[in-house]
Design a protein. Structure first.
Lengths: 67, 248
């Protein structure tokens, strides 16, 4: 199963990854990081197909993908 | 388990960029880092940053860079390239830097066919200084210096830098891309790689204009600004290869 690692301190909650994930794996979480952003978490990792769209769109290079 | 996407070494591992949420300056510098990493060019790279939000990159990138006086990035890059021809010299400029205060330097460097690459980030507004109108601001778009929106009578029309530079004989490669979708982001990465490759092959002046957003000064959230790019920015600034000397 693929793994999506999101650097929570780098996430600024812009939502690009959530918007472009074709499988609705990601969503904005309830917890905030030290800068006050509600960082994104992989909530539905079972659906992930490791297409990397989220990582390509992430401006902060906060997402790393394992397969 | 194999890592199939990692953060580029072109960005410092310990730094969170100073850009606003959804700002595509970060996306573009990430792509530049990935291209340099794949082409193994970190040791030869010399990035000339303009003034404005793009200057924030200096704390963020891991390879050599210099910040030029406002608008003079192409002139500084010319000096570096001519004195150190083996370096990969590229400028990273916003629309205020490249198309407004630096118009003279930009046009002159392009007209000389200087063997440098220009990464021109067009978000249609001055970002760092507070949302003033830029030469690329769309008709009707509000800016702090055009509170009722840009009008032809008072402010003139948006400037299309790719098409303007295409009037010159010397430039080798001119393309306009965007980062509004994963597909276009990957196309932008390819365009940056091509601009760098052209320079390595001595082909001369290459420019990639990247249409991006400025959610903060457009007064929108990141996803709203994305829609604005799709609906308005790309209608005014159509994407595509404007010139590729290799194709004749």
């Amino acid at each position: 199963m693929p793994k999506v690692e999101i650097a929570s301190e780098s996430c600024k909650s812009c939502g690009y990854c959530v918007r472009f994930c074709p499988k609705e794996v990601l969503s904005v979480g309830e917890r905030v990081n030290s800068k006050g952003y509600e960082y994104v978490v992989p909530r539905n990792i079972d659906a992930c197909v490791a297409c990397k769209m989220c990582a390509v769109m992430c401006p902060e290079a906060a997402i790393e993908i394992y397969k | 388990m194999e890592k199939i996407y990692s953060r580029t070494k072109g960005l410092r591992a310990d730094v969170v960029g100073g850009f606003c949420p959804g700002c595509m300056h970060s996306t573009v510098m990430k792509l530049i880092g990935e291209v340099l990493e794949e082409m193994n060019l970190f040791e030869r790279a010399a990035c000339v940053l303009g003034i404005g939000c793009c200057g924030l990159h200096m704390d963020y990138m891991s390879f050599d860079n210099i910040t030029s006086p406002h608008g003079r990035a192409c002139a500084v890059a010319t000096g570096i390239k001519r004195s150190s021809p083996d370096s990969l010299v590229f400028t990273y400029q916003g629309d205020g830097d490249f198309a407004a205060i630096g118009l003279g330097e930009s046009m002159s460097a392009a007209n000389r066919g200087e063997n440098i690459s220009v990464i021109f980030v067009n978000n249609g507004i001055y970002g760092m200084t507070g949302g003033q109108m830029a030469p690329t601001t769309l008709m009707g778009m509000r800016a702090s210096t055009a509170p009722a929106g840009r009008t032809a009578k008072e402010h003139g029309y948006p400037m299309h830098m790719c098409e303007i530079l295409n009037q010159l004989t010397a430039p080798a490669y001119i393309e306009r891309t965007s980062c509004n979708t994963p597909q276009n982001t990957l196309k932008t990465k390819k365009a940056i790689a091509k601009a760098f490759q052209n320079q390595l092959e001595g082909k001369g002046f290459s420019m990639v204009e990247i249409v991006t957003s400025c959610p903060t000064n457009w007064g929108m959230d990141a996803l709203g600004a994305l829609e604005y790019i799709n609906e308005k920015m790309l209608a005014e600034f159509p994407l595509g290869v404007i010139r590729d000397a290799r194709e004749g």
